[in-house]
Design a protein around this ligand. Structure first.
Ligand code: AMP
Ligand code: FES
Ligand code: ZN
Length: 312
C-alpha cells in the first residue's frame, strides 16, 4: 500500500477519504483538517489567547500538540478529578507532555484539583448528592473549564471532542429528540453573555482512530484506558453502532455529523438568535456570579448540597 499523495510506503489507510498516507502526508492531512475546522467555523485567529482542556487522553493531547505545531500559542488546563489511580496516571501524562514539549515552546499548564478545591473527589461528591458520577463530573468540568478561561482572560476554550464524540452525541440527541440540545451541538459556540467563554472543538473533522494514530506516529504518550466511571455509558454504545456502520459504509460518521452542521448553518439566524435567547435567560449566579438560568447555578447547588450532607 503506497501513499496516495507522494507514493512512498503508506502507514495509515483512510477508507472514508479513499486514501492512504505515509507519516509526513498523514501529519499534513491532520493539520489541514484542523486548519479547515478553525477557519470554516471562525474558531480563533493567530493573536487570540487559547486555553485547551487537556485530560491526558489522545484527543486533547493531540489537539494541544497540533495547535502548538500550527503556531498557535495555546495554554492548557488539566482538571484532576480525584479518581483513584486514573487521575494520577492521566495527570502524569499531561505533565510529561507539558515539560517535554509545550513549556519549552512557551506554553503554560494550569491545574485544578477537585479534592483540593471542592473538598472531595468526584466519586465522593456524586455519592453525597445522590447523582451519577459522570453527570457530577460533567457539571464540575464544564464549570471549571469556563471559570479558568474567564479568570485567566482567554479568548477561547478548546476541547478535544472528535468526530466520533460529536456523531455519537448527535445520534443520542436525535434518538431522544432532544431538539433543545441540537442547537448547541455545533463545533463553535460564541460567548453569548459576559461570563461565558467562547467554546470550540477543532478536532470535529478527525476520528478517534486518526487521532490515536497521530499520537503514536508523533510519539505523544497518552492514557489509553477510558475513565473507569465511563464503562457501560450510552455514548460508548452509540460509538460502537456508528463504527459498525462506518466499516460497512466508510464516511457514514462524517456524512451524519457534517450533514447536520450544513443544515444548521442554513437555519439562520442561528447563533445570533441563540445569543439573544441566552441574554434574556441568563443572569449571574447569586453565589458565584457565573451565568445561569436559575438563581443559583448547578455547580453551586451541587457543592452546597454536598456540604450540607457532610454536616448532617
Ligand atoms: P470527555 O468528556 O471525557 O469525552 O472529554 C471531552 C474533552 O473534555 C476532552 O477532549 C478534553 O478536552 C476535555 N477534558 C475531559 N476531561 C478533562 C480533564 N480532567 N481535564 C481537562 N480537560 C478534560
Ligand atoms: Fe468524568 Fe469519568 S471523566 S466520570
Ligand atoms: Zn454559582
Amino acid at each position: 500500500m503506497n501513499c496516495t499523495r507522494c507514493k512512498l510506503k503508506a502507514v495509515m489507510k483512510l477508507p472514508r477519504h479513499n486514501a492512504a498516507f505515509c507519516k509526513a502526508c498523514f501529519n499534513d492531512f491532520t493539520h489541514d483538517q484542523v486548519g479547515r475546522a478553525i477557519r470554516s467555523e471562525s474558531m480563533f485567529a493567530k493573536g487570540d489567547r487559547i486555553l485547551v482542556a487537556v485530560s491526558g487522553g489522545k484527543d486533547s493531547l493531540a489537539l494541544w500538540h497540533i495547535l502548538l505545531t500550527l503556531g498557535y500559542p495555546a495554554d492548557a488546563l488539566y482538571v484532576n478529578l480525584g479518581i483513584p489511580g486514573y487521575s494520577e496516571r492521566s495527570q502524569e501524562k499531561v505533565s510529561r507532555y507539558a515539560e517535554s514539549v509545550a513549556v519549552p515552546l512557551g506554553a503554560t499548564l494550569h491545574f485544578h484539583t477537585v479534592e483540593k478545591e471542592e473538598g472531595a473527589g468526584i466519586r465522593e461528591l456524586a455519592q453525597l448528592v445522590h447523582r451519577p458520577t459522570c453527570s457530577t463530573c460533567g457539571t464540575i468540568k464544564r464549570y471549571q473549564f469556563n471559570r479558568a478561561a474567564i479568570e485567566h482572560e482567554y479568548d477561547v476554550m478548546a476541547t478535544g471532542h472528535n468526530l466520533d464524540d460529536e456523531a455519537a452525541r448527535l445520534l443520542g440527541n436525535v434518538l431522544h429528540w432532544q431538539t433543545e440540545y441540537l442547537d448547541k451541538q455545533g463545533p463553535s459556540l460564541p460567548a453569548s453573555v459576559d461570563g461565558f467563554a467562547k467554546k470550540v472543538k477543532p478536532l470535529y473533522r478527525l476520528t478517534e482512530r486518526e487521532l490515536a494514530a497521530y499520537c503514536v506516529l508523533n510519539k505523544i504518550d497518552y492514557i489509553v484506558d477510558e475513565c473507569p466511571m465511563a464503562q457501560g455509558a450510552r455514548t460508548l454504545l452509540y460509538k460502537d453502532v456508528l463504527n459498525r456502520l462506518e466499516t460497512e459504509s466508510p464516511g457514514t460518521k462524517q456524512y451524519f455529523y457534517w450533514g447536520f452542521l450544513d443544515k444548521q448553518r442554513k437555519k439562520e439566524p442561528g447563533h445570533a438568535a441563540m445569543a439573544e435567547k441566552d441574554q434574556t435567560m441568563l443572569h449571574p449566579c447569586s453565589t458565584c456570579g457565573q451565568p445561569t438560568t436559575a438563581d443559583v447555578c448547578s455547580y453551586c447547588k451541587l457543592i452546597a448540597r454536598a456540604k450540607n450532607e457532610v454536616s448532617r
